[in-house]
Design a protein around this ligand. Structure first.
Ligand SMILES: *[C@@H]1O[C@H](CO)[C@@H](O)[C@H](O)[C@H]1NC(C)=O
Ligand SMILES: *[C@@H]1O[C@H](CO)[C@@H](O)[C@H](O)[C@H]1NC(C)=O
Ligand SMILES: *[C@@H]1O[C@H](CO)[C@@H](O)[C@H](O)[C@H]1NC(C)=O
Ligand SMILES: *[C@@H]1O[C@H](CO)[C@@H](O)[C@H](O)[C@H]1NC(C)=O
Ligand SMILES: CC(=O)N[C@H]1CO[C@H](CO)[C@@H](O)[C@@H]1O
Length: 508
């Protein structure tokens, strides 16, 4: 299990951070000018289009870095429940696995925006440790993140620091560490969250086994048993909440970590920007399609055996209208008194895998179903739930397993824009003493500008500062750049916007 989790984090790191950041910026802010014939970038563009055109029947995907068969041909990576060389065979007894979410649900969004979300990365892209003028972190990325929050209206970023992490789990853990008492002669800080809460808070806090903090469970139970409020507490507030989608507020009013993973307009109305000292957002759930995933309200409305959480309409500033939330999870309750283990009921009676309420500090009469997986997974879940509910009165309704699916038919030219942009940026002259990058500094008109190497300045890096010290203090992978420039055509990669959105590779 631990190994599997590591894999997930690993691929999360790759797909969601490194690549998603580039895509997102590119899409929200728009790319540069195209045009002109292609040279070194054309091979990568043609490869990317050829790979994207391989059919996996809409139930799987091939990537440039997928496994190959014995003849070197790329092999389809099929979604859950599908098999066969082109993913066309469905296994009828396969369970609807709604245990966890998967960013693969964002794929259709990026496929719709193929031309604007593709990126061609040259072999020599950012070989250096450092960004222009600012070691290690991209100020350009920071600017885009602030701009994005301002456009979406979900957070006030003025006067606040932006800290990047490799997935929000890392930042949540760092926040607990930073807010807890770092004083071995005093008692450990008490870490709490309101039931039902995201289990990772407890898992991580216990895992790190620190003398500075300890997990104390539910805020409400804590509050009713502790009269004084001046105890040392660190409270997680998840808003919207995982599992039930509620917009939660702090119960204890002390040191608070706001986890806003789902505070995006496609999951919840945004009544006001969040304005707190410590807010955590994640890019892995940033894009999406509003409203389509809560069709199951109508399925459950007929049921007396199961119920799901209520949703309350709110005014959303982003869409400027009153709307219902479209939460990432269904929080299902078994209403029959004898059905105390709702997860087992769903599995035995419905062939549906959910996550038990006790994982969230609640009763096992509750079960969480993840709605953020692939369209195939969602449709299978809807089908199984419909059958399960219709069984209540002895009749069986079924809904067709239905079309859907992404389909790999992209226009042959979606990659051209990215390729010509990459060439245009690479062609900007920095006198051989600097480099302009696709994700680099821009001038007031949004055009990429040179990032000069140490000791060089000027708009084209042509001026050398004669008093500049020769800094031989540390190495820098930038020394590899000439190699990759020599192999421009063979080292460029064109990455489509939907590249590896899932947590997992192939069968792993
Ligand atoms: C640690 O806690 C003790 C007792 O509460 C206090 O006297 C001391 O000043 C604290 N030290 C630091 C470095 O905060
Ligand atoms: C709170 O205190 C009461 C009375 O001491 C006890 O019965 C109960 O179990 C406590 N609750 C928790 C969550 O510890
Ligand atoms: C089953 O019958 C009950 C009582 O007539 C009704 O309230 C409920 O909606 C029915 N359930 C379904 C799924 O039709
Ligand atoms: C929001 O909608 C209202 C009513 O439709 C309209 O009067 C108002 O101008 C809109 N606000 C913005 C910022 O578009
Ligand atoms: C200091 C103190 O009284 N802590 C208690 C607060 O409430 C929780 C939950 O009821 C107890 O476990 C703590 O011991």
């Amino acid at each position: 299990m631990a190994k599997t989790m590591k894999y997930w984090y690993g691929s999360f790191l790759l797909s969601s951070i490194a690549i998603n950041i580039l895509f997102t910026i590119y899409l929200y802010v728009g790319g540069g000018r195209g045009g002109g014939g292609l040279s070194w970038s054309e091979k990568a563009a043609a490869e990317a289009e050829a790979v994207a055109a391989i059919s996996c029947s809409g139930h799987g995907r091939v990537y440039v870095d997928s496994s190959v068969d014995s003849e070197g041909r790329l092999v389809c990576e099929c979604y859950d429940c599908y098999t066969g060389i082109d993913c066309s065979q469905i296994s009828p007894t396969c369970p609807a696995n709604a245990d966890s979410g998967d960013p693969i649900f964002l794929e259709p969004f990026w496929m719709q925006h193929a031309t604007n979300s593709a990126i061609l990365i040259s072999g020599w892209h950012r070989m250096s440790y450092r960004y222009d003028d600012n070691p290690f972190m991209s100020t350009q990325l920071e600017n885009y993140i602030r701009k994005m929050h301002s456009i979406v209206g979900n957070a006030i970023t003025e006067g606040r620091y932006i800290v990047f992490g490799i997935g929000s789990s890392q930042l949540l853990s760092a926040a607990v560490y930073a807010l807890s008492s770092q004083n071995s002669s005093s008692l450990p800080s008490n870490v709490l969250a309101s039931v039902p809460f995201y289990p990772m808070y407890k898992t991580q806090t216990v895992f790190f086994n620190s003398e500075n903090f300890q997990f104390e469970g539910d805020t409400n139970a804590w509050q009713s048993n502790n009269s004084t409020n001046n105890l040392d507490v660190v409270e997680f507030v998840t808003s919207p909440n995982n599992p039930d989608g509620e917009l939660k507020k702090s119960v204890l009013g002390g040191k608070t970590i706001y986890d806003h993973a789902y505070y995006w307009p496609h999951f919840t109305p945004i009544p006001a920007p969040s304005d707190h000292d410590l807010m955590v957002f994640t890019l892995s759930k940033l894009t999406g399609h509003a409203g389509v995933r809560f069709g199951l309200t109508s399925i459950f409305s007929k049921s007396t055996r199961f119920s799901i959480q209520k949703r309350h309409p709110l005014h959303c500033n982003f869409f400027n209208e009153t709307r219902l939330p479209s939460p990432a999870y269904a929080w299902v309750k078994c209403e029959r008194e004898e059905e105390e283990d709702c997860t087992a009921v769903l599995l035995d009676a419905g062939n549906i895998i959910g996550r038990p309420g006790s994982w969230f500090g609640a009763k096992d009469r509750y079960v969480r179903l993840s709605l953020i997986k692939s369209q195939d997974d969602f449709e299978l879940l809807m089908q199984r739930l419909t059958e399960l509910v219709s069984l209540e009165n002895g009749t069986i309704d079924t809904i067709g397993s239905g079309g859907g699916g992404g389909g790999g038919e992209c226009a042959l030219s979606w990659s051209e824009k990215a390729a010509s942009e990459a060439e245009a940026v690479a062609a900007i002259s920095c006198s051989g003493h600097g480099r302009a990058y696709l994700d680099g500094s821009i001038d007031s008109e949004g055009r990429p500008i040179c990032e000069c190497y140490a000791c060089y300045t000027g708009i084209d890096c042509s001026q050398m500062s004669s008093s500049c010290a020769a800094d031989a203090n540390s190495g820098d992978p930038i020394f590899l750049e000439p190699f990759w420039m020599q192999h421009a055509a063979n080292s460029a990669v064109l990455i489509p916007g939907w590249h590896r959105m899932g947590y997992r590779y192939g069968d792993l």
